[in-house]
Design a protein around this ligand. Structure first.
Ligand code: IMP
Length: 192
C-alpha cells in the first residue's frame, strides 16, 4: 500500500478523488494526518499557490503530497479573475458579488470566451510535478441555475448550452477542469 496526502479539507473533493484511485493507494486528507495550518496563497500563479500548499504539507508529513489551485480566466479581461477568483469582489469571499462584478466588467465586450483551470502540484522526496486541467467555455449574459458554486451560474462549457449550475454534479464533474487535472495526476500515481 502507498499513502498519498491531499492538501484539502474539502470532503467532497476528497471522496471524488478517492473513488478514482487504484486499490493500492490510500488517500488521506491534511486533517487526517494532523496538519491544520492555513497556508496563505501569496503566489501570482496557480502553480505557485499549489506548490506553496503541497510543500508545506510535504514538510509536515514527509509523504507524497498534492495540492490544487483553481480559478476562472476570462480572455477579454486579460485572464482575470485568475488567482484572485475567490476574492475578485474583495473580502470576505462572496460568490454572488464575484459573478456580478465579472458580468459588469464584461459589459459591451463581444468576446465572452473563458476557461476554468486547475493546477495540481505533487511533491515527493525527489520530485515536484505539475498537472494542469482545463475546461473551455464562455460567460453567459446572466446567471442561470442553482447547482454548484462560485462562477458556475455564468459558465457555459464548450459544446453545451446550459451553465455548470444547470448541470447535475455528475455531469459537471465528468468534464470539469478539476477532473481533467486529477486524471493526469492519477496516470502518474503508480510511479510515485
Ligand atoms: P479553489 O482553488 O478550488 O478553491 O478555487 C478558487 C476559486 O475559483 C473558487 O472560490 C471559485 O471562485 C473559483 N472556482 C474554482 N473552481 C470552480 C468551479 O468548479 N466552479 C465555479 N467556480 C470555481
Amino acid at each position: 500500500m502507498k499513502t498519498i496526502v491531499f492538501a484539502s479539507a474539502n470532503v467532497h473533493k476528497l471522496e471524488e478523488i478517492r473513488a478514482m484511485l487504484p486499490e493500492f493507494i490510500t488517500l488521506m486528507s491534511s486533517a487526517e494526518v494532523g496538519f491544520h495550518e492555513d497556508v496563505e496563497e501569496t503566489g501570482d500563479t496557480f502553480e505557485e499557490n499549489a506548490e506553496l500548499k503541497a510543500e508545506a504539507l510535504y514538510n509536515f508529513t514527509g509523504k507524497p503530497c498534492f495540492a490544487d489551485d483553481s480559478g476562472l480566466e476570462v480572455k477579454a479581461l486579460k485572464k482575470q479573475p485568475g488567482v484572485k477568483s475567490a476574492r475578485y469582489a474583495g473580502e470576505p469571499v462572496n460568490h454572488q458579488k464575484n459573478t456580478e462584478l465579472l458580468l459588469k466588467n464584461l459589459e459591451g465586450k463581444s468576446d465572452r470566451s473563458a476557461r476554468f483551470v486547475t493546477l495540481i502540484c505533487l511533491k515527493t522526496a525527489d520530485k515536484t510535478l505539475f498537472f494542469e486541467g482545463e475546461v473551455k467555455g464562455s460567460i453567459a449574459e446572466a446567471p442561470r441555475g442553482d447547482k454548484g458554486f462560485g462562477y458556475d451560474p455564468i459558465f457555459i462549457p464548450e459544446g453545451h448550452t446550459r451553465t455548470f449550475a444547470e448541470m447535475s454534479a455528475e455531469e459537471k464533474n465528468a468534464i470539469s477542469h478539476r477532473k481533467n487535472a486529477v486524471a493526469k495526476l492519477l496516470d502518474f500515481v503508480p510511479y510515485i
